[in-house]
Design a binder for this molecule. Sequence first.
Ligand code: PLP
Length: 354
Amino acid sequence: MVPTPPSPPPPSLRLTIDGEALAANWRALDRLSGAAEAGAAVKANAYGTGIDAAVPALRSAGARSFFVAHWSEVPALARHVDPAAIAVLHGPLSAAEAAYGRSVGVRPVINSLDQARLWLEAGGGPCHLMVDTGINRLGLPPAQLSESALAALEIDLLLSHLASADEATPLNARQRALFAAIAATVPARRRSLANSAGIALGADYAFDLTRPGLALYGGVPRAELAPHIRPVVRLQAQVIQLRDLSAGDTVGYNATFTAPVAMRAATVALGYADGFLRSWSGRGVLRCGPAELPLIGRVSMDMVVVDARAAPDLRAGDWLDVPYDLPDASARSGLSQYELLTVLGLRFERCTTT
Ligand SMILES: *Cc1c(COP(=O)(O)O)cnc(C)c1O
């Protein structure tokens, strides 16, 4: 037997979720959904924020319907919510997945006739049905809606997904009209079309249930949402070491930065393995209170180096803020707001403030 080692000290990376802002964002999106209710997309570990941090806040705000993509995401979520409130977007790909869904009591999203058969062969029960109205990614083609395999399904939610809700394009209205026509013929208890951006398209798009993800976590996919959405994620990283550079010294892999004058630099415990990708190299800043410390040189796996001249009192062990206002960080890094959240790594200690 290997003896149990002592617990490690707290990590040098902190991801703090503002639970109050997350709850306020859900309430705002629920309100903007009009007569419809807002659910919550919590796939990919609640968009990187952590199921255990995010879901209790969403639940206490009032969220009752939760969406994940993979079956592997069910256990973490089922610790917090009634299994019947969990929808698995990818649906069953095998008899084993269908049997698992049945035994846990979660609801698969049926995306094809094959998935409908797998679910019915496993015993059936309440499920959801995704129809593809134009994204051509996942879901039943409308032409197959009259197939007999579907007649035996007990459909709770009829869903479709918008391809370009974050843009002004005629595709949105076309998808909405097709979805409304389909909804008139499919015996489902409830209907759902809009993601975060779709909520901003107006009441016509809300149907019975909306499925916001990104905007819950502080993302702003359409300008109309900006006044309603608060930032949720705060990132902080610890300084590991300070060093004095002479003019002409270079910093980091491939020596991409050369000190123009003698200057102080700080090495920080944050790298691309933590989701701070190399596209930030030379473009980002870290903050020490109001002082901005520009990144210098390349982002490495576990470290970045910043120009520390604006924070003369900085010491090893001090915490720096990683600016992560999502629209602004997206413009700076070239990563999408979705990517910025979902790449955040496992070395962040995830905690919640309320
Ligand atoms: C991820 C996802 C959502 C949430 O989309 P956001 O753009 O993050 O609001 C809603 N519906 C489906 C089917 C999804 O896959």
